[in-house]
Structures are given as structure tokens and as C-alpha cells.
Write a protein that binds this ligand. Structure first.
Ligand SMILES: NC(=O)c1ccc[n+]([C@@H]2O[C@H](COP(=O)([O-])OP(=O)(O)OC[C@H]3O[C@@H](n4cnc5c(N)ncnc54)[C@H](OP(=O)(O)O)[C@@H]3O)[C@@H](O)[C@H]2O)c1
Length: 234
């Protein structure tokens, strides 16, 4: 069903990052209000200035009370809450101490937010969570770097937490291909897949086109309660 709340808000956690910024910009371009959530607004001068029109608020997606306060504080309709957060932009040296329940916690906080605002949740996934045969890409012991495995396992636990969730939460994980290109331009073209990796899909995807897919799935949802790959087109 098409989202008829063209002027409703889209709340983007991680709006200071590459995906979050692109998603908030695309939301604004389509006439939504964009509420960008960052942990420390002082770190992002200009995020709500320029001519973005974004409303920037402080919030932490790992903190249940913070998430509830942020989503409750948005006036009017909320079309979606978007998770574009990642705990590190560049990988640390080791993930050995990474909290295996980090993503399970995010799912709990996002589910609560969706319940409070009766809206859809769209999360940006990780390519390594796509399936290949009976396993996920990260379970390929030759191709996937061993030191990243604790992080991938935590992400899989998050994905499983979504899958185990009651049917009352309208969640969607949109997963980019391995090559997500920060500076590539918007082409307005992409292809949606399912959660099985398509090895023939070798084109990179721009963040702008990932944002296009996210907004399409908010404005005109076609899939729910699953992981769907988003591929670039050559
Ligand atoms: N090929 C792939 O599969 C691929 C490639 C790249 C990214 N991704 C996925 O895409 C998503 C976004 O990645 P990105 O490249 O946009 O990352 P990014 O540029 O590093 O941005 C991530 C943002 O998350 C924010 N953040 C971290 N922890 C937070 C928290 N607890 N609460 C609120 N904000 C928080 C960070 O802000 P501060 O630290 O400033 O607070 C940062 O601005 C992630 O899920 C990532 O795994 C997938």
C-alpha cells in the first residue's frame, strides 16, 4: 500500500553518516520532513543548516530511553524510522570484545520506536548477511576475513532477532552489495533482490541510489519483514 503521508517525518538514526545523510536528503527531496538523529549534534555543524532543512536532534540508538524520547518528541505523523548506524566507520584492529548482542539491542529499541509511532522500520544491512547456498557470505571461511567474524555474528543475531519478532512490527533490512561507493553519483537506478546473494550483480551501488531504494520502500512498500538486497545497475 502506498504511503499517503507525503509530509510525514522520517526519523534517521545515523544521519551524520554516509547512508544516513543520503537517506535524509532523499526524504527531504521527496517532500518528507527529515529528523536526523546523531549522538553529538556539535560534531555535525552544517547538517541542519546548508539548505538541508533537516531537523537535527541528539539521540543514541543503543539507549532505549534516548530512542523513545527522540521518537516521542517528533510531532505529526512518522512514516518510518531508519537505522543507518554503524558503531565504527573503519574497522578496529580486533572485534574480539565486540558485544554479540549489540544488534539485538538495536532491534529491541527500533521495535519499540515502531510501536510508539505505528510506523515501518528500515535498516541498512551488511552484504555479508546475504545467503549463498546454505550459508551466509560471512560464513565462507576462505573469502571472509576471520577477524571480522565476531562483528558478522553479532549482525546475524540482529537479523535473527528481527525474524523472530512478532508480526506486528513492519521491519525491512535493505542490504547493499559489497561495493557501496561513497562518492558515486545518483543514477536513480537500482535493483531489489531477495536475501540470496546474486554473484552476477557486480556493479557498485551509490549511497544516493541506496537512499532511493530506502525511500521507495517507505513511500510505496513492496516487501516487508525480510532482508532484501539492493544492487546497482551497470
Ligand atoms: N557493503 C556493505 O554491506 C556496506 C558498506 C558500508 C556500510 N554498510 C552499512 O550501512 C550502514 C551505514 O553505514 P555508513 O557507511 O553510512 O556508516 P558511517 O558513514 O560510518 O555512518 C554511521 C553513523 O552512525 C552513527 N552512530 C554510531 N553509533 C550510533 C548510535 N549508537 N546512535 C546514533 N548514531 C550512531 C555515527 O555517528 P557518530 O559516531 O558521529 O555518533 C555515524 O555518523 C551500516 O549498517 C553499515 O553496516 C554496508
Amino acid at each position: 500500500m502506498a504511503n499517503d503521508r507525503k509530509n510525514s517525518s522520517i526519523i534517521v538514526f545515523g544521519a551524520g553518516g554516509r547512508a544516513g545523510r543520503a537517506i535524509a536528503q532523499e526524504a527531504l527531496r521527496r517532500g518528507h520532513r527529515a529528523v536526523g538523529v546523531v549522538r553529538d549534534p556539535a560534531k555535525y555543524p552544517g547538517l541542519d543548516a546548508l539548505d538541508t532543512g533537516m531537523t537535527v536532534v541528539a539521540g543514541d540508538l543503543t539507549d532505549a530511553d534516548s530512542v523513545a524520547a527522540v521518537v516521542s518528541g517528533v510531532s505529526g505523523d512518522v512514516a518510518a524510522v531508519v537505522n543507518a548506524v554503524t558503531p565504527f566507520t573503519a574497522p578496529p584492529e580486533t572485534f574480539d570484545d565486540f558485544d554479540a548482542d549489540y544488534y539485538v539491542g538495536l532491534v529491541e529499541n527500533l521495535s519499540r520506536a515502531a510501536g510508539l509511532r505505528r510506523c515501518r522500520v528500515v535498516e541498512i544491512g551488511l552484504f555479508a548477511m546475504l545467503r549463498t547456498g546454505d550459508v551466509r557470505l560471512f560464513q565462507d571461511e576462505v573469502a571472509f576475513p576471520a577477524f571480522l567474524r565476531p562483528f558478522a555474528v553479532a549482525r546475524l543475531r540482529g537479523l535473527n532477532a528481527w525474524a523472530d519478532h512478532d508480526a506486528d512490527v513492519d521491519w525491512l533490512v535493505l542490504t547493499p552489495p559489497p561495493r557501496l561507493a561513497p562518492d558515486a553519483p545518483s543514477t536513480g537506478r537500482y535493483r531489489l533482490g531477495d536475501d540470496v546473494h546474486d554473484p552476477a550483480a557486480t556493479a557498485s551501488l551509490s549511497y544516493a541510489d541506496l537512499a532511493e531504494a530506502v525511500l521507495d520502500q517507505i513511500d510505496e512498500p513492496t516487501v516487508t519483514r525480510c532482508q532484501a538486497a539492493v544492487y546497482g545497475l551497470p
